[in-house]
Design a protein. Structure first.
Length: 130
């Protein structure tokens, strides 16, 4: 088995595509528009399946906002330098919600950013971002 993608419902598809591609540095991999079913999809990621997991951004026509609930946590992305990543994200208009620093009780450097719909993204500093 292999993790293929995570689906996030978004209130504005282009705004989310712009965030994940321009601010987070992902690629727009493919899009699908289903007007009869009233939804559109955009897949973004740092590479395509099956080598890389993707994020499926789902826009349901007419829905501009969702309640995130209390069960959802975050997406985690490995980065070589969490401090530099946060500066780049901030410069691109992204929101850093937890500045880079060691995780509580440990030494791994992490940070958190939030996408335009409020989804949390954890940045985990690793020698190799893989």
């Amino acid at each position: 088995m292999r993790l293929l993608h995570t689906m996030l419902r978004v209130g504005n598809l282009q705004r989310s595509i712009d965030f994940y591609t321009k601010v987070m540095g992902m690629q727009l991999l493919r899009t699908t528009d289903r007007p009869e079913q009233q939804y559109s999809l955009a897949f973004v990621g740092y590479g395509s399946n099956p080598e890389h997991a993707e994020i499926e951004l789902t826009y349901n026509y007419g829905v501009e906002q969702y309640e995130l609930g209390t069960a959802y946590g975050h997406i985690a992305i490995g980065v070589p330098d969490a401090y530099a990543a946060c500066e780049k994200i901030r410069a691109g208009g992204g929101a850093v919600t937890r500045e880079p620093g060691p995780v509580k009780g440990g030494s791994t450097v992490i940070a958190f950013v939030t996408d335009p719909d409020g989804y949390k993204i954890e940045l985990i500093q690793r020698d190799s971002a893989a």
